[in-house]
Design a protein around this ligand. Structure first.
Ligand code: NI
Ligand code: MN
Length: 227
């Protein structure tokens, strides 16, 4: 495997897959957790889980500057096209985007999705990302749901799960999610960015170790793990 997962803070990740650059939900400007600066982020592909501002983030600027392909749901894709991003791939849950170094399958997520300007943002989703010999699940913003068991059947190396509560699952439900997903590694996201989603991540990691088979990996903002 040659995969590096760098956490930019919140639900934003920069993945390096066999030398190729992938961004997920690149929210850096206005993200108090982020150390990276948007103008320094490069990408060939940008995956977006839904249209909320804390996920769309800097994606328009990055896509226009780099020419990266924006991979998102159908309604979001129309919005990007209308906002000057020409390189867009639209899908919906069950579908898979593929290129010669990675693939991303849309999964369901239970949440809402509207752009900061009020435009309807289609169905929120997560992704199962395959590349560099690794299988990575980015849950997006979601509650716990029992079909995570089916996502676990994909054979996950890493699950990136929200634990912040309020807008997504909190710690208790994230432990149940790990039991359903059965990943080798679980790493938390969507917490401590803003006061409503403050969590004790050390306590979360202790519970993962005590109650599940997965290894918890807590990244610092701009920290990374290599698979
Ligand atoms: Ni959201
Ligand atoms: Mn969010």
């Amino acid at each position: 495997m040659a995969v590096t997962i760098r956490w930019l803070g919140h639900s934003a990740y920069a993945l390096n897959i066999d030398g190729h650059k992938l961004l997920v939900d690149p929210f850096v400007s206005g993200n108090p957790m982020a150390k990276a600066v948007a103008k320094d982020l490069d990408a060939e592909v940008i995956l977006l889980t839904h249209a909320h501002g804390d996920h769309v983030g800097d994606s328009v600027e990055i896509a226009k500057r780099t020419g990266a392909l924006v991979v998102c749901n159908f309604e979001m894709g129309d919005w990007y096209t209308q906002h000057g991003v020409q390189n867009v791939y639209q899908g919906n849950p069950g579908g898979t985007y593929r290129n010669d170094w990675m693939s991303a399958k849309w999964t369901i997520a239970f949440h809402s999705s509207s752009f900061p300007d009020g435009t309807y943002g289609g169905q929120p989703n997560g992704f199962v990302i395959r590349g560099g010999g690794a299988v990575i699940y980015h849950a997006g913003d979601t509650c716990l749901f029992s079909d995570m068991r089916l996502i676990g059947d994909e054979g996950l190396d890493v699950a990136l799960l929200p634990i912040g509560d309020c807008f997504t699952m909190g710690i208790d439900d994230s432990i149940k999610a790990v039991e359903l997903l059965r990943p080798r590694i679980v790493s938390p996201m969507h917490y401590n960015t803003f006061p409503p989603i403050e969590q004790d991540v050390g306590a979360w990691a202790e519970r993962v170790t005590a109650e599940t088979e997965a290894e918890p990996v807590v990244l610092e903002p701009d920290g990374e793990m290599t698979l």
